[in-house]
Design a protein around this ligand. Sequence first.
Ligand code: SAH
Ligand code: SF4
Ligand code: F3S
Length: 489
Amino acid sequence: MITSTLKILSEADKEACELVKVSEEELTVDKKRLFIESYGCQMNFSDSEIVAAVMRNANFATTSTEDNADVIFLNTCAIRDNAEQKVRNRLQYLNNLKKKRPGLIIGVLGCMAERLKTKLLDEEKMVDIVAGPDAYRDLPRLVEEAETGQKAVNVFLSREETYADISPIRLNSNGITAYISIMRGCDNMCSFCVVPYTRGRERSRDPFSIVEEARLLFADGYKEVTLLGQNVDSYKWNPSPVGRGDASPSLTGEGFRVGFAQLLEMVALIDPDLRVRFSTSHPKDITDDVLWTMKKYENICNYIHFPAQSGNSRVLKIMNRTYDREWYIQKIDRIREILGDECGISTDMITGFCTETEEEHQDTLSLMEYVKYDYAYMFAYSERPGTPAAKKFKDDIPEDVKKRRLQEVIDVQRRHSGERNQMSLGKVYKVLVEGPSKRSDADLCGRNDQNKVVVFPRENYKKGDYVHVLVTECSSATLIGKAVEQVIA
Ligand code: SAH
Ligand code: SF4
Ligand code: F3S
């Protein structure tokens, strides 16, 4: 018996539910063992599931520990310097492991591999394989090459690759919620961001393969899918004679086009008991169509991750976000108008971006006061080599100022998360149970439709159930309540 797993090392992991791993039976006789460790965003975690599938076809079984692995892959993140630092520390540890087990093969995958390419081999001598995000089909060959003692590299970025035909192997899964990548890459060129360089051009995946993946997950007992892309609102799929994917001929005619609102609808229609989430929405691209589709379907969750990055228009301009404060506020108003105040909204904020003044930082705080986000991911600016910001601007805000501003942003957010959670007191929410709560086996833990973690006594409920929970207490991170028979209006 092998438990497929993956260490969760995400920087912004706020999950409060205990992750109950689903074991999978695998015949491991004659199979080599692969250990994958993932860093960074959900897309990277989702990619690791593609990697596991590719490697299974090459006769590798995934293992939950590095101790018995023949091959170790680190699927890395390059978004901030500290994300890379974590990987370097880990590589140092693996270097020692490799001294004891000379046959061990170590591969660096993902965004840091793409950013550093062969430089990584010069810097980290014990790395055998460097593979970028579009090179995962090639991994079995790269491993073979590494087994002969060669260094193996593939950092080719594709304009077409979406891995649409590969059924991911769910790693470290709770068996209830799963990610589905609907697109890859990013064309936005936010000046601070390394992603366009590490993930290449934006491309959308064939919608039919997305629906099929969601349908199979639902048939397998999953109750929630999260559609992933760096900018889901710019999802578009136009079949063409030389097009992407392999849609049925009747659907490849002139005028047939799927945008994000249509895709959401297609997935929502699979079954009312399959919840649909998505991330990330770029403020410049979100449409009323998407908001109305969210309103129309009860199973599309009332939650939008809507990163502002800054509350000041000049800073947004030099960040090349292509919207200003007023535009962003208008979009927030529109979300509230169509979906109501109950809709969960979260953001990403960067403090101390190049040339940001104290007043401009205050604009970020005041935007937060205006919106009152339910949750936020907050970061001090970290200059990334090769990005437009690194080329054009001086990283001139001292580290202590960045950190102090970050702390102010965190303090405001903590207050708002608390206030938003207070609004839930006395209300009843439909909660999808993901497993036991971290603190006690007597309690279950799940999320409501606004993505808030809800904990309540287990009684006879179980993982995968939808339970109506009356919220009686809360902290800034969690809602606490008890199951009730019926929704109280
Ligand atoms: N596609 C998403 C963001 C993906 S990266 C979007 O457009 O919102 C996740 C977050 O990391 C970003 O939203 C940003 O807040 C943060 N980030 C990206 N580059 C950064 C940098 N150089 N320094 C600090 N934070 C950064
Ligand atoms: Fe980076 Fe901007 Fe693309 Fe998000 S939209 S991944 S922040 S370039
Ligand atoms: Fe990191 Fe790459 Fe995601 S840089 S945040 S793993 S797209």
